[in-house]
Design a protein around this ligand. Structure first.
Ligand code: NAG
Ligand code: NAG
Length: 363
């Protein structure tokens, strides 16, 4: 015995609890557990291929102890590596069927070299041969050779669970996965074989792969005189699809609207060089909307005494000149001593800058 009877019993109890509901999903899981076990068995078999009884097999030892290659010691080493210690289902299955591994190892291996087939399918009956499903291993829809005609997955394929029905791959539909789905056309088809390909992006129904083969255009595309589906240029429509402060960008089958540069009043593209007209405070300079410096205009914009003009983006400010402060709408001289004592240092760097008499901001 490889593990104690007590552990075995405990596993059995836990296992009965875990499959208490006996759904088809559990049956599928049993098969994949079994498959994992037999795969690990094959790996363990390879891993131990060049081993021997520790010290090296002398001729005497070989005669006396029988070969390591076919020994119980090698079997135990392989079986120990079949499951992660945390994998309950795996450990349980190995425990429950431990004697089958011994039977196969000593008596069946030569006649039935495929352990998965002998153990999972024939002996403990949790799996079925490829292309078959369910308790009796019936053929999948479309036959066991090419389930779902090669265009889908058969439910329960290779397990004792499932219903054998197909879930078709992308592009295929129908019980047998022989029909083409929407936006696909049939390139080749007979009773047992079907090849579907995708339509051109401009159509929803088609008889071939190009825009000329459309039977129905997708939204955003329209039929031209020759019967091809061509992109609709939404941007050239009347009325235009975008807002006044936006420009339009046509794309295949669609379009998008983006906000104009703030220097533009209406535009045909991105940036200040694509304006239809300039925003207030900006003027066209060689095709680009640039800020107007109101302070340099021939007619002064800040007209009060001791006022100075400060240009801003798209506008300007009138503020009291250095040493003057605003009082009742006028710029008056500031008492210098008081000023330097009361004002914190950071403000002193730009004296009176914050004091505005007027701001002309049109944006
Ligand atoms: C169906 O077409 C496939 C692919 O061309 C071909 O291999 C197969 O023999 C055909 N079957 C019949 C019944 O014509
Ligand atoms: C105007 O817009 C086009 C795209 O519509 C862009 O390629 C071009 O660079 C823009 N011109 C300027 C001067 O920004």
């Amino acid at each position: 015995m490889l593990l104690s009877e007590t552990v075995n019993l405990l596993f059995s109890l836990l296992f009965m609890l875990s499959i208490g509901h006996g759904t088809t999903k559990d049956v599928k899981a049993l098969c994949s557990t079994c498959k994992q076990i037999t795969e690990n068995f094959n790996k363990g078999f390879e891993r131990t291929a060049n081993k021997n009884f520790g010290g090296g097999n002398t001729a005497w030892e070989e005669r006396k102890l029988s070969k390591y290659e076919t020994s119980e010691i090698r079997l135990v080493e392989i079986v120990e590596g079949l499951c992660d210690s945390s994998n309950f289902e795996c450990n349980h299955m190995v425990e429950e069927h431990e004697e089958h591994f011994e039977t196969w190892w000593f008596k069946r291996k030569a006649k039935y070299p495929d352990l998965h087939h002998w153990f999972c399918i024939e002996t403990i009956k949790v799996c079925c041969p490829k292309g078959t499903f369910g308790p009796d291993c019936n053929s999948c829809v479309g036959g066991s050779e090419r389930p779902c005609h090669g265009n889908g997955r058969c439910d329960g394929d290779g397990t004792r669970g499932g219903n054998g029905k197909c879930s078709c791959d992308g592009g295929y539909e129908g019980e047998f996965c022989l029909d083409c789905a929407e936006r696909y056309f049939s390139e080749e088809r007979n009773d047992t074989f079907s090849l579907c390909k995708e339509c051109h992006p401009s159509c929803t129904k088609c008889s071939g792969g190009t825009a000329q083969d459309c039977e129905e255009c997708k939204d955003g595309w329209e039929e031209d005189q020759e019967g091809s589906c061509i992109d609709i240029d939404e941007c050239s429509k009347d009325p235009p699809p975008c807002d006044n402060a936006e420009y339009c960008l046509n794309t295949d089958g669609s379009y998008s609207c983006s906000v104009c540069d703030s220097r533009c009043s209406g535009c045909k593209g991105p940036g200040p060089g694509n304006c239809s007209a300039c925003s207030e405070g900006y003027a066209d300079e060689e095709g680009t909307c640039k800020d107007v410096n109101e302070c340099e205009q021939t007619e002064a914009v800040c007209t009060q005494e001791h006022q100075e003009c400060v240009n801003t983006r798209g506008s300007y400010k009138c503020q009291c000149a250095s040493g003057f402060g605003e009082q009742e709408g006028l710029c008056v001289q500031q008492p210098e001593a008081d000023d330097s004592q009361e004002q914190p240092e950071s403000d002193a760097e730009v004296p009176n800058a914050a004091q505005q008499l007027a701001e002309h901001d049109d944006l």
